[in-house]
Design a protein around this ligand. Structure first.
Ligand code: FAD
Length: 562
């Protein structure tokens, strides 16, 4: 540190990637009078960890493309001192000092601070299982990790990989290893991929991966790794022994709290550092941001850890504003996330149905729809499978999830913005969105989702409970054409095509509730409206046979375990 710095108030930042680097740069833009020092135990700061799987896959071949800013840039542009390969080892809160170790020389130094920001991120979970530290077993967190994986692939001429964990990093690694020509097996303990999604929304991922030749093993936990003559062998709870030249562990992450814990800073029930809305810890001189902290989920009101780049970057900026004396507050998180795999996109925002149930929330409803991503008459429309969850009776948006080809993330982003603004399904129905045939529809999927939900709230379209299908006394009426019905239908359903309904209404009982189904929900809705106005008790099976098939696939995975 230069002598001139000692007269300035000292801000020390531990961790120089998403949260730490954002905080440092924003703070300099607000306060020229502070001395700002960033330290990171790794050899790089401000690198794009989200790009690492694509570097492994050679989609981003040049490692330097992932380096967003260097030590030199920080110094020249912002007068920020960056110390790489420098680990923060302890905090003395009483004396307001931080002890750091130079990882090259082993030398320790103690630095005074006026304000300390902790942005240490989260570490990949490495369960204490046999073989976890064997050569060829990798987690993906840093540029050094991706470099080692690339070297291993090259040196061993690897042909077979096992990826453990089917969350977004696991899926991205599957795609990228497949891209490099490897045979890939994906092992996931849960009966679904992408745990933030509800199982019926995530269900199409399995067939999609299988169609690319990826072997997906759901409901099969990882128990360890051994070696054989041919390389590594990954073992699972079902007794499978999966040969591999390379194993990627993508089992999630755990907040890095060693420093904070040792300094006596409170840690929450989810394992993250506790902070207030200005991201200040229990010690007013210490802030914490990013994957290491607990934050409020704006939908459920619960404290969560949310290891995503967007929140980490925003928190870095907000902590800088708070340090600079501005009143900015962090609003909380809503878990907006997206993953792309082999041309399929899955995205979500807000709460999932299973998350709400876990949180004890019951006053909500959900609609399913499967519209095209743009006007059907324009070539190339691909379906988006969308689930919208909203509170009853006020219609507040609680969450949305979608899966499909094109245009998925655009719809989820629109709903995410409405959710963040405290919007309702009426706002979605009314949203004025871009439309030309190649981009959307005059009633965009977002509008349609809002309209369906409004129909539920107004009583125009009472919903049947998909979970009650097996036990209901209602008559299931499928209003599709006979050839569609013959190609597959819900067991027990009778077929009465919509165009014949008006003439054949007397065939339907008046003393029994009718549950109406079609392909995706639209024709059944028309039938509902007609029959309701003729005095029948009706309910709508939202999303129709498409949703039924997705629910069936999810249930089959849950009961079979693979
Ligand atoms: P990090 O960015 O992890 O930075 C923490 C830094 O602190 C690290 O460099 C670490 O070495 C350093 N550090 C820790 N302890 C110390 C110490 N004691 N002394 C010095 N330095 C220390 N999020 C998305 O939203 N979208 C994505 O597509 C996406 N893809 C991802 C892909 C991968 C492979 C990974 C690993 C993450 C991805 N993420 C993604 C998550 C996102 O990168 C993180 O949420 C974000 O980087 C968290 O920022 P952070 O500043 O809290 O921690």
């Amino acid at each position: 540190m230069s002598p001139a710095d000692s007269s300035r108030k000292q801000v020390l930042i531990v961790g120089g990637v998403a949260g730490g680097a954002s905080c440092a740069a924003r703070l300099r833009r607000l306060r020229e009078d502070l001395a700002i020092t960033v330290m990171d135990r790794g050899p790089h700061v401000s690198f794009a960890n989200c790009g690492l799987p694509y570097h492994v896959g050679d989609v981003i071949a040049d490692e330097s493309k992932l380096l967003l800013a260097s030590r030199e840039t920080f110094h020249a542009r912002f007068d920020i001192d960056v110390h790489t390969e420098t680990e923060a080892v302890s905090i003395n809160r009483a004396e307001k000092t931080l002890t750091v170790r130079d990882l090259r020389s082993g030398e320790q130094r103690t630095l005074p601070y006026d304000t300390l920001v902790l942005a240490p991120g989260a570490a990949p979970i490495r369960p204490d299982l046999p073989g976890i530290a064997l050569p060829g077993v990798f987690a993906v967190r840093t540029l050094v990790d991706s470099r080692r994986i690339r070297e291993w692939l090259r040196e061993k001429a690897a042909r077979r990989a096992v990826v453990v964990g089917g969350g977004f990093i696991g899926l991205e690694m599957v795609e990228n290893l497949h891209h490099r020509g490897l045979e890939v097996t994906l092992l996931e303990k849960l009966p679904q991929l992408m745990p933030p999604l509800d199982p019926e929304v995530a269900a199409p991922l399995v067939a999609h991966l299988a169609a690319k030749g990826v072997q997906v093993r759901l409901g099969d936990g990882f128990t360890g790794i051994s070696t054989a003559e041919s390389g590594l062998v990954v073992h699972s709870e079902s007794g499978a022994a999966l040969p591999a030249d390379l194993v990627i562990l993508a089992l999630g992450v755990r907040p890095e709290t060693t420093l904070a814990r040792a300094a006596g800073l409170p840690i929450g029930a989810r394992g993250g550092i506790l902070v207030d809305e200005q991201l200040r810890t229990a010690d007013p001189a210490i802030y914490a941001v990013g994957d290491a902290i607990e934050v409020r989920d704006v939908v459920t009101g619960q404290e969560v850890v949310m290891p995503l780049a967007g929140p980490a970057n925003r928190q870095g900026r907000i902590a800088a504003e708070a340090i600079a004396g501005r009143p900015t507050r962090f609003r909380g998180v809503q878990a907006t996330a997206v993953v792309g795999i082999f041309g399929m996109t899955a995205a979500s925002t807000g709460a999932s149905e299973k998350g709400l149930r876990r949180a004890g929330v019951t006053d909500f409803a959900k609609v399913y729809l499967h519209p095209g991503h743009h006007a059907g008459y324009y070539p190339g429309a691909q379906p988006i499978h969308l689930k919208l969850i909203f509170s009853v009776p006020d219609g507040k948006i609680l969450g949305a999830q979608a899966i499909g080809g094109e245009g998925v993330e655009k719809r989820i982003d629109v709903i995410a913005t409405a959710l963040q603004m405290g919007g309702t399904v009426h706002d979605l129905a009314e949203a004025e969105l871009c439309y030309a045939p190649q981009y959307g529809a005059a009633k965009d999927p977002v509008n349609l989702a809002g309209m369906l939900a409004c129909n539920v709230l107004s009583g125009d379209m009472p919903l049947a409970d998909w979970d009650g299908l097996a036990t209901t006394a209602a008559l299931l009426v499928d209003v599709r054409e006979p050839d569609e019905f013959a190609a597959g239908h819900i067991p027990g359903a009778v077929n009465l095509p919509l165009p014949e309904l008006r003439n054949r209404i007397d065939e339907l009982p008046r003393d029994r509730e009718l549950w109406l189904c079609c392909g995706v929900g639209q024709r059944a809705y028309y039938a509902c409206r007609f029959l309701m106005q003729r005095g029948h008790q009706v309910r709508h099976l939202s999303g129709g046979y498409k949703t039924y098939q997705a629910l069936l696939a999810a249930r089959a995975a849950a009961s079979s375990g693979s």
